[in-house]
Ligand binder design. Structure first.
Ligand code: PEP
Ligand code: MG
Length: 575
């Protein structure tokens, strides 16, 4: 028996047979050289596979429409763009013609060339590009030799692999193949794959180094629960028995979560907590009905811009924002964040300048202030959608107070223009800033005097406080939002906000995490915004906590020396 720890993407406990996927996509051995007369045939075969690849992506998009958040399917658009990339396509054709390679080998050769090129760029944001192009290459090859047949053997098993690509996972799901769980070497917890695993509800364990160095045997227990987060190879009888009990408990917990779905979000001692939903693309009315969020704590507007072929105009944006706002009651709080592009979020129609470190470059409010027309158009659309509603505006990536003041000046200009155009808009709109960078943490008392609210973006805050790239695999173990430095900065901001009676919410991924919910409540932060799939579990957890008792642990948490100590304290409260 062997127990291997990892990080989890979606919680669950499953036992079953292993499907070991040892195939490596990138192989550099060239096996066949074509006769001149076969070259044209081979090019045609490649073109057919290219078309099939596009069709299968379109099919995937259609089959998941309405079932999954558009943001989660953004990957399909990225892959379509690669399939339509004239340079990539012509490089492959040239390789068939000039090197006389079979289509499969030409695709692999050129794809490998691009993969290496992205690898050589010392910028972690190219890691996703590298994965995307590998995934696309694999899809084309799959359509050349129908390799997808292999996946059928995966039905009912637990996949153990170095890495699986997001669209492969979508394809498998689409084919009706049921994967019980995934264990993988790749560790990107904020990757598209982790997001998909959550959306498809597949228990997934990530970050198992040298995955093929283990003797996987036949049967494993995969436990991706928050507390254990491990895989057990060839469990002994005692462990199997223990897991029968654990599984029963886990199922009971799931039942409890369902039971609590329609009950108020309040602690055992009656403290009301507000749970909001994070919206990245469109929002399904069904989600609002079943999850009953108190509003939207973060409406990421980037996707609307990413989906378009040019910057969306005021009317287009107004319609989209109004459509989302109208899914809620009039009084529900809806926070719309202004455009947050740059770094990992790029627009296909707007070339950003190459920067050595784009995460420290032109992104968020910095972009909006340098592109004022685009910013004012968006502000006007939000102000109109906010008319007679409890809509608020939030600026992302604010670093200096001057940015807030300048943005507010432009907001006044947007209002003036709307007035002159005789359009209805919200005059007294509330303004907030995201807490994402160390400078705004340190200056929170100054900002608190000039804003209506703070929302803590723990995804970026963790990255900037710990100087650790949120997308990097090499330092992924350092990217830890439970580092006491992150918790201390959050407590520091809350204190400053309290001084001026301003509200603090959290809208980073952390807000949906059970341990984090305990930590935030202990600090008196009772407004949490999270992905829809976390809301019911959060409500159920909150109903099992005693708010008054939690206050006692705040100081203990802030005195911890490392994240291990922090987690040990928190985990006791979520059992
Ligand atoms: C954050 O940084 O925590 C956040 C919510 O913003 P995003 O993930 O969109 O950068
Ligand atoms: Mg952010």
């Amino acid at each position: 028996m062997e127990v291997i720890k990892g990080s989890f993407a979606f919680e669950g406990i499953v036992t079953g047979e292993v499907f070991l996927d040892k195939k490596k996509y990138i192989d550099e051995g060239i096996t066949a050289i074509l006769d001149e007369k076969d070259v044209e045939n081979e090019i045609e075969r490649f073109e057919r596979a290219l078309e099939l690849s596009k069709e299968s992506l379109e099919d995937l998009r259609t089959s998941f429409a309405g079932k999954m958040n558009e943001h989660d399917l953004e990957i399909i658009t990225a892959h379509m763009m690669i399939l339509d990339d004239p340079i990539y396509v012509s490089d492959i054709k040239k390789s068939i013609k000039k090197d006389k390679l079979r289509a499969e080998e030409a695709v692999k050769l050129i794809t490998t060339k691009y993969v290496k090129m992205f690898k050589n760029i010392q910028n972690p944001e190219y890691r996703q590009k590298e994965l995307d192009i590998k995934d696309v290459g694999k899809r084309i090859v799959g359509n050349l030799d129908k390799r997808f047949e292999d996946w059928k053997k995966l039905d009912g098993k637990i996949l153990v692999t170095e890495e699986i690509f997001p669209t492969e996972l979508l394809n498998i799901y689409h084919l009706g193949i049921k994967i019980k769980g995934i264990v993988m070497e790749y560790g990107g917890e904020t990757s598209h794959l982790a997001i998909l695993a959550k959306a498809l509800e597949i228990p997934t364990l990530m970050g198992i180094k040298n995955i093929f160095s283990y003797n996987w045997g036949k049967d494993i227990i995969l436990d991706t629960t928050e507390i254990n987060s491990c895989v057990i190879i060839e469990p002994d009888e005692k462990t199997k028995k223990e897991y029968e009990n654990l599984l029963e408990k886990f199922e009971l917990k799931k039942e409890e979560i369902k039971r609590d779905a329609n009950l108020p979000t309040e602690t055992l001692d009656g403290e009301k907590v507000s749970l909001y939903i994070n919206v990245s693309g469109d929002l399904d009315s069904e989600e609002v009905r079943t999850l009953k969020p108190d509003g939207i704590g973060l409406l990421r507007t980037e996707l609307l811009y990413m989906k378009n072929t040019s910057f969306p105009d005021e009317e287009n944006q107004f319609k989209v924002y109004s459509g989302i706002v109208e899914k809620f009651d009039k009084d529900s709080s809806i926070i719309i964040r202004t455009l947050d592009i740059g770094a990992d979020k790029q627009l296909p129609y707007f070339k950003m300048k190459n920067e050595t470190n784009s995460f420290l470059g032109l992104r968020g409010i910095r972009f909006s202030l340098q592109n004022q027309d685009i910013f004012i158009t968006q502000l006007k659309a939000i102000l109109r959608a906010a008319y007679n509603r409890n809509v608020k505006i939030m600026y992302p990536m604010v670093t200096n107070i001057s940015e807030l003041r300048e943005a507010n000046k432009l907001l006044e200009r947007a209002k003036k223009e709307l007035k002159e155009e005789n359009k209805l808009y919200k005059e007294d709109i509330e303004i907030g800033v995201m807490i994402e960078v160390p400078s705004i943490v340190m200056m929170a008392d100054v900002f608190a005097q000039e804003v209506d609210f703070f929302s803590i973006g723990t995804n970026d805050l963790t990255q900037y406080i710990l100087a650790t790239d949120r997308l990097s695999e090499t330092v992924s173990s350092m990217y830890d939002c439970y580092n006491p430095a992150v918790l201390r900065s959050i407590a520091f901001v809350k204190k400053a906000a309290d001084l001026y009676g301003k509200k603090v919410s959290v809208c980073g991924e952390m807000a949906g995490d059970a341990k984090a919910i305990v930590a935030f409540l202990s600090m008196g932060i009772k407004d949490l915004s999270m992905v829809g799939t976390s809301i019911l579990a959060a409500r159920s957890l909150i109903r099992s906590l005693n708010y008054d008792k939690l206050k006692e642990i705040k100081e203990k948490l802030l005195l911890c020396h490392d994240s291990k100590e922090v987690k040990e304290i928190l985990i006791k409260y979520i059992n």
